[in-house]
Design a protein around this ligand. Structure first.
Ligand code: C2E
Ligand code: MN
Length: 407
């Protein structure tokens, strides 16, 4: 199948424009041998390349390009399939936009096209050419420094003197993970994550329960979460707990029970956030939003997590607006290299900014992911990069610190 890959990248400072010609000659040969053709646009700072050919060859060559140290901040914009090559003349042709008149540069690029028909104007690849040549998307090209420009300083000052152990009779346990604002060096909240008594993840715990039992057990487990948080010395910090949305619908008086347990453990409603996953179908949205109203009226804040992955997506926000939205690793993974992920995350940020909803990124493992998200306007993070969940305790936090370059 004829595959197309489009990407954009940033030239490294130490690469001369002269050396590009050599690079293109080598690429031309290599691509030609693999039956891959394409065109490489250059605007003095950024590259924009289209690769076309058999699926496997294009993927192999793209991987090779990703490892090339002459450019960085590589973002895959499009991977698609087409009936015919758009630029079939050369293995790789370099086109320097600066050598052409601004008004007809796009047409000059398109004239290099080899499709039988004029390149379609509703072709996505062509639209990408247009936005690159006209630089209309330039404010979204975040120039993030390399991961090794940061070091991470371990801070265990949040650690309690000893791990708390839930009572023997407890059917479950919790791990705690900080949510932080890395640049402000601030712990925004601690999240209580359900565990089996021997530390297995929530899924393993829920698997042992039948039918509607899960809702009752989910709610009751929060008693242990609050008690453990108290024993860990939560004091006036914010605590996030998770609930299945249907728990509030199926268990009569669920909100009252939560409030009772919060108070019994010396906590106040205003320091609690309840997170609902968007993965579970909210089949009775009216009953759910009614329960949310009760939580809000009591002072508890509400977050929707795994946002965009579930069944409702953006349309859920038309029905009700939470205080927070959490995007998780499925969207965050390698988003610094993916145009589609960046576009989705930016859309979520834009929407949440208009609604004054705070966005948190969960599952951040790489410094590049974090830096890109900071550039896009996210300030709250949760992930192994900063602190992994700690069973029955609070983990040390790794705060990022910019390395001072040697001169
Ligand atoms: P969540 O609330 O989004 O919790 C974050 C999950 O991501 C946790 O998985 C955590 O261990 C994991 N995580 C955090 N940082 C990273 C990272 O950098 N990389 C990766 N790969 N993972 C990271 P966990 O503890 O297995 O929880 C999974 C989900 O189970 C939670 O997602 C939440 O939706 C649900 N859950 C947790 N506790 C409860 C609970 O008490 N009740 C209910 N109903 N659901 C719960
Ligand atoms: Mn959560």
């Amino acid at each position: 199948m004829l595959t197309t890959i489009l990407y954009r990248s940033h030239i490294c400072d130490n690469v001369s424009v002269k050396s590009l010609e050599e690079m293109v000659a080598t690429a031309n040969q290599r691509n030609g041998d693999a039956d891959v053709t394409g065109i490489l646009l250059f605007n003095g700072t950024h590259f924009f390349q289209l690769l076309e050919g058999p699926d496997e060859s294009v993927s192999t060559i793209y991987q090779h390009i990703c490892g090339d140290r002459r450019h960085y901040n590589l973002v895959e914009l499009m991977r698609d399939y087409a009936p015919a090559r758009r630029f079939g003349k050369a293995g790789m042709e370099l086109f320097d936009l600066r050598e052409h008149d601004k008004d007809d540069v796009l047409q000059t690029v398109l004239d290099k096209g080899t499709t039988k028909y004029q390149l379609f104007y509703d072709d996505r690849a062509l639209q990408f050419f247009r936005t690159f040549v006209e630089a209309t998307e330039k404010e979204n090209y975040f120039e993030i420094p390399s991961a090794d420009s940061w070091e991470f300083i371990v801070d265990d000052s949040l650690l309690p003197p000893a791990k708390v152990v839930p009572a023997d009779s407890a059917a479950c346990s919790f791990a705690f993970q900080p949510i932080i604002d890395p640049l402000a060096r601030e712990v925004v909240a601690l999240e209580a994550l359900l565990r089996t008594p021997d530390g297995l993840p929530p899924q393993a715990w829920f698997e042992g329960l039948a039918g509607d039992e899960i809702y009752k057990a989910d709610l009751n487990s929060k008693k242990i979460a609050f008690a453990m948080a108290r024993d860990l010395g939560l004091r006036d910090r914010t605590l996030s707990v998770n609930l299945l949305p249907m728990t509030l619908v199926h268990i009569p008086g669920a909100v009252g029970l939560l409030l009772q347990e919060i108070e019994a453990n010396g906590l106040v409603a205003e320091q609690i956030i309840v997170e609902f996953t968007e993965r579970e179908v909210i089949s009775r949205l009216d009953a759910f939003t009614d329960a949310v109203r009760q939580l809000k009226a009591a002072g508890i804040r509400v977050a929707i997590e795994h946002f965009g992955e579930g069944f409702a997506g953006l349309s859920l926000l038309a029905q009700f607006q939470p205080d927070k939205i959490k995007i998780n690793r499925d969207l965050i993974r390698d988003m610094h290299k993916s145009g589609p992920r960046q576009a989705i995350i930016q859309a979520i940020i834009r929407c949440c900014t208009s609604l004054e909803i705070t966005v948190t990124a969960v599952g951040v493992e790489k410094a590049e992911e974090w830096m890109w998200l900071e550039s896009a306007g996210i300030y709250q993070f949760q992930g192994h990069l900063f602190a992994s969940p700690c069973q029955a305790g609070i983990p040390a936090i790794r705060w990022p610190e910019k390395k001072i370059p040697f001169i």
